[in-house]
Design a protein around this ligand. Structure first.
Ligand code: CO8
Length: 262
């Protein structure tokens, strides 16, 4: 039984193999202050260590997913070094989220702006409610995205589309975000849509999911030939699992597979 840390700014529950994190600082539209970032790092650690959790979902309480980093905290940054440290701290938390061994989904239930969109970009998949608005409005504050946005957004949607969003700072509606490839699905209710997506993922072999995520992630930073070698290595590992035996046998026996994640 895992000991859960006390959280002030988020709630965490496990439901049907889904670890659901709800960011909850509604008086500031869930803006990320330093304490909230520390709690996100801590809950990410809890998820990583819980073998019951097969998919992680991040969402927000109220009308926002996350309306950015806390602008009052940014305004109080005294010098170049403190600002750089704050960016590095947020980046490292989001790197931990990106490195979760299980698939992760951002359920964008409203505003995902600045650091909020950057959090969503650290997840593997993004789903949005119809009324959601996504954007990187930092230049309007005289700053730039600092929690990974200038790097993860162009990798996801391409340089031209990313610079459109970064230069204008505009709020992109969910339907447009879908067309840009910025979100994977749009539904009435973001959390419900995320749970449906998670349920479709959960039918599959857990070790295969982790290896597929690892292959895509490691390949991003390599040239094609090296990346293909990574894929072949991980394919080899997948074929050494009980899940592979079960998945292929179940197909041949015309029955659903019962994966054990080993
Ligand atoms: N930080 C702090 N407080 C916030 C934030 C925020 N990002 N967003 C909203 N709030 C607060 C408001 O100040 C307001 O507080 P109060 O009730 O005490 O006045 C409360 O939340 C409700 O907000 P609004 O009254 O503004 O609600 P509206 O529905 O009128 O507007 C918006 C909603 C459009 C989302 C609006 O709140 C808004 O524009 N928010 C700011 C969005 C933004 O610019 N985000 C980017 C922030 S910068 C960033 O994320 C940089 C990340 C990288 C940092 C790198 C380290 C240096």
């Amino acid at each position: 039984e895992l000991e859960l840390p006390e959280f002030e700014y988020l709630t965490y529950r496990v439901e049907d193999g889904m670890g659901i994190v709800t960011i909850s600082r509604p008086q500031a539209l869930n803006a990320l202050n330093q304490d909230l970032l520390i709690e996100l790092a801590s809950v990410t650690e809890v998820i990583t260590q819980d073998p019951e959790v097969k998919v992680a979902i991040f969402t927000g309480e109220g009308k926002a997913f996350v309306a950015g980093a806390d602008i009052a905290q940014i305004a109080s940054l005294q010098d170049v070094f403190a600002a750089r440290e704050f960016a590095i701290m947020g980046q490292s938390v989001f790197n931990e989220i990106a490195a979760l061994p299980v698939p992760s989904i951002a359920a964008i239930n409203g505003y995902a702006l600045g650091g909020g969109l950057e959090l969503a970009l650290a997840c593997d998949l993004r789903v949005a409610s119809r009324n959601a608005k996504l954007g990187l409005p930092e230049v309007g504050l005289g700053i730039i995205p600092g929690f990974g946005g200038t790097q993860r957004l162009p990798r996801l949607v391409g340089r031209g589309r990313a610079l459109d969003l970064i230069f204008t700072g505009r709020h992109v509606p969910a339907e447009e975000a879908l067309g840009l490839g910025l979100v994977n699905r749009v539904g009435e209710d973001a959390l419900q849509t995320a749970k449906e997506l998670a349920a479709a993922i959960l039918k599959n072999g857990p070790v295969a999911l982790a290896l597929a995520k690892e292959a895509v992630g490691r390949g991003e930073n390599l040239d094609l030939q090296e990346a293909l070698e990574v894929e072949a290595d991980l394919f080899g590992l997948a074929c050494a699992t009980q899940d592979m035996r079960e998945g292929t046998r179940a197909f041949l026996e015309k029955r659903p597979a019962q994966f054990k994640g080993e």
